[in-house]
Design a protein around this ligand. Structure first.
Ligand SMILES: [Zn+2]
Length: 300
């Protein structure tokens, strides 16, 4: 087991924790300052108290309603938002799984599945960025993180890891909904068991994603006790995170790919919906990060 060493962000005292505690909240033994335990090589940031001194609102709601507009309106955040929107609309416009371009190659014709490429590449890029938004919001950084950081090879491989993690966590929490779907298909004809199972599963997903985003620890993000404890401790704020997550999930559920035989009005209407879904995704990710900053993952 490795040890993470870093300086207290307030008094400079050297703190050391086992790396299984990365991403959890702790206090400096000298000055009692609260921080999240950073990964090796990263700095810890002072965590403001969950109840702010300057008003009756808790720090979470202040950060959400006052901090979010300011965070999203700076030029860097607007650029990142624009990229995320463009990728969403691109996936809608060109990501149809049957969109294949035949390319002649000597005597053969090679069918290139452009739609699948577009879907996979945009999904890799977006899932990586969503984790970065959560992490930076948890870490006290107000504007959105830059979209194009590091080189493109690293971004590609980070994208694969992020999309894989996202898919596995979603599959685990939505497995009951999948079973309910099979059950309702074969035994009874009703949709409500699937909807309820999906709604319950999605309750756990945002905090699980936030735990991964901050700690980059795959195993830690399955700790149901961390998730339940934090959600119980701050149920109201967690409902805000949950509502945004549900909204994003519904938009993805309802969204489809543009088929080229559809009328142009459909293209416009659904394209706008995909742009809106991208903005909602940013809000959900940022709110999840803020929740983690204020309530997530305490050391016992
Ligand atoms: Zn200290």
């Amino acid at each position: 087991m490795a040890t993470v060493e870093f300086e207290c962000p307030k008094c400079g005292q050297v703190c050391a924790f086992g790396d299984q505690h990365v991403g959890r909240r702790a206090r400096c033994t000298k000055c009692n300052t609260c921080f999240l335990i950073p990964r090796t090589g990263q700095r810890a940031h002072v965590l403001k108290p969950a109840v702010s001194e300057d008003g009756p609102w808790s720090g979470f709601w202040t950060a959400l309603f006052k901090g979010t507009p300011a965070a999203l309106c700076c030029p860097d955040s607007l650029a990142a938002t624009a990229i995320l929107i463009i990728l969403s609309v691109l996936r809608f416009a060109l990501g149809h799984p049957f969109y294949v371009i035949p390319i002649p190659f000597f005597l053969f014709v090679i069918p290139v599945p452009v739609g699948i490429f577009v879907t996979v590449l945009t999904a890799l890029s977006q899932s990586r960025y969503v984790f970065n938004i959560i992490q930076s919001a948890a870490d006290h950084s107000d504007p959105l993180p830059p979209y194009m950081d590091g080189n493109c090879v690293d971004r590609f491989f980070d994208g694969i890891v992020s999309a894989y993690t996202f898919a596995v966590l979603a599959a685990v929490f939505l497995a009951p909904a999948g079973l309910a779907f099979l059950f309702t298909k074969t035994v009874m004809q009703a949709r409500w068991p699937v909807v309820i199972a999906a709604a319950v599963g999605l309750f756990f997903l945002p905090l699980s994603l936030a735990i991964y985003a901050y700690s980059r620890d795959f195993v830690l993000s399955f700790r149901l006790d961390y998730i339940v404890r934090a959600a119980r401790k701050a149920f109201g704020p967690y409902l805000a995170v949950y509502a945004l997550t549900l909204a994003v999930a519904v938009m993805f559920w309802k969204s489809s790919f543009y088929a080229f035989n559809e009328p142009p009005e459909t293209f416009f209407r659904d394209g706008v919906m995909h742009a809106a879904a991208a903005v909602l995704m940013i809000l959900a990710a940022r709110t999840g990060g803020l929740f983690y900053r204020h309530y997530g993952c305490y050391l016992p």
